[in-house]
Design a protein around this ligand. Structure first.
Ligand code: ASN
Ligand code: ZN
Ligand code: CA
Length: 344
């Protein structure tokens, strides 16, 4: 059979109708993209991995989705291919964000794609990146608190764990763990903005498409004021590293919002924010593009596995000096945004 790349489209759950590059094998299309390192999406058939630490006794499948006419999904969760469209699209826009914005050629910067498994387990309320399979796994959610976890910010968040693992390798506990989580929230958010998808526009909320009414609030996390989730820290204090990494991330998420947008109230893409500083200062933002450039350089050049919040301040200042100069407004803004979250 001849194998060739084709252009199709899919009706996604969260992003409307989206373009897809697929693989025509004989007369069947596969949800596999040779233009992005052969990244593909498969069905985990509601099975679970059986893993002890890093050793897996059995793994849920990843049977590649196929289609007869290259028009994928129906846009409703009842159709198994629909969330596969979201997952593949999320991988596409994450690939494109890293390639077009940072010149990074795939998660490992080696041109190789990863793969996705959707419909993992039963009512599974999570999604995760796994270094050992170089793959993404998405649950369908329990339908009450969470729906399928295939939104753009979650996809960008999870695959950014792969980027962190291949670069700074921030240890996933203590302050470095909070920085690891914040790196994923920052790039997940920048991926969402980069996609410029009308049905899932960029915002500084994490998981706003995924939460259902039973969850009790409109997002998993908030970058303008992380404590809005009831658990995350807005400001650095001694003992921050004792928090769960999804809560100690709050300080760096808050820094990122202040650096990109500035303190106080504003509306971005129709969503209102109010970001207070911890020290009463006021911060002027330098924009999302410069936030991404500074954080990416800090992550890939200066941070190491043991970087803590004081080290993140140093790393981002070094990155800003490299990119914009020691006396630049951008370098001053990095210092001001860290001071505003009590990282002095
Ligand atoms: N979804 C979670 C996360 O990426 C999975 C985990 O606990 N690592 O943070
Ligand atoms: Zn994470
Ligand atoms: Ca979001």
């Amino acid at each position: 059979d001849t194998i060739e790349t084709a252009s199709g489209d899919g009706k996604s759950l969260y992003g409307g109708t989206v373009p897809l590059r697929t693989t025509l094998s004989g007369s069947t299309y596969q949800l596999k993209d040779a233009t992005r390192g052969n990244t593909y999406t498969g069905d985990a058939a509601n099975q679970n991995d059986l893993c002890l630490l890093t050793v897996c006794l059995s793994r849920a499948p990843s049977t590649v989705f196929t289609d007869g006419d290259n028009h994928w999904g129906t846009g409703t969760a009842a159709d198994r291919a629909t969330v596969a469209v979201d997952a593949q699209y999320g991988t596409d826009v994450t690939w494109d964000y890293y390639k077009n914005v940072h010149g990074r050629n795939g998660i490992a910067d080696d041109g190789k794609g990863s793969y996705n498994r959707v419909h993992y387990g039963t009512r599974y309320n999570n999604a995760f990146w796994d270094d050992s399979c170089f793959c993404m796994t998405y649950g369908d959610g329990d339908g009450t608190q969470l729906g399928p976890l295939v939104s753009l910010d979650v996809a960008g968040h999870e695959m950014s764990h792969g980027v962190t693992s291949k670069t700074a390798a921030l240890t996933y506990s203590g302050e470095s763990g909070g920085l690891n989580e914040a790196t994923s929230d920052i790039f997940g958010t920048l991926v969402e903005f980069h996609a410029a998808n009308k049905s899932d526009p960029g915002d500084y909320l994490i998981g706003e498409k995924v939460v259902r009414s039973g969850f009790g609030r409109e997002a998993l996390r908030y970058m303008d004021k992380p404590s809005k989730d009831g658990a995350s820290a807005d400001c650095w204090t001694a003992g921050l590293g004792d928090l769960d990494v999804h809560y100690s991330s709050g300080v760096a998420n808050h820094f990122a919002f202040l650096l990109a947008e500035g303190s106080g109230t504003r509306t971005v893409n129709g969503v209102g924010y109010n970001s207070p500083t911890c020290d009463g200062s006021s911060v002027t933002g330098i924009g999302r593009g410069k936030l991404g450039a500074i954080w990416y350089r800090a992550l890939t050049v200066y941070m190491t596995s043991s970087t803590d919040y004081a080290g993140a301040r140093k790393a981002t200042l070094s990155a800003a000096r490299d990119l914009y100069g020691a006396d630049s407004a951008e370098t001053d803004a990095v210092a001001a945004a860290w001071s505003a979250v009590d990282v002095g």
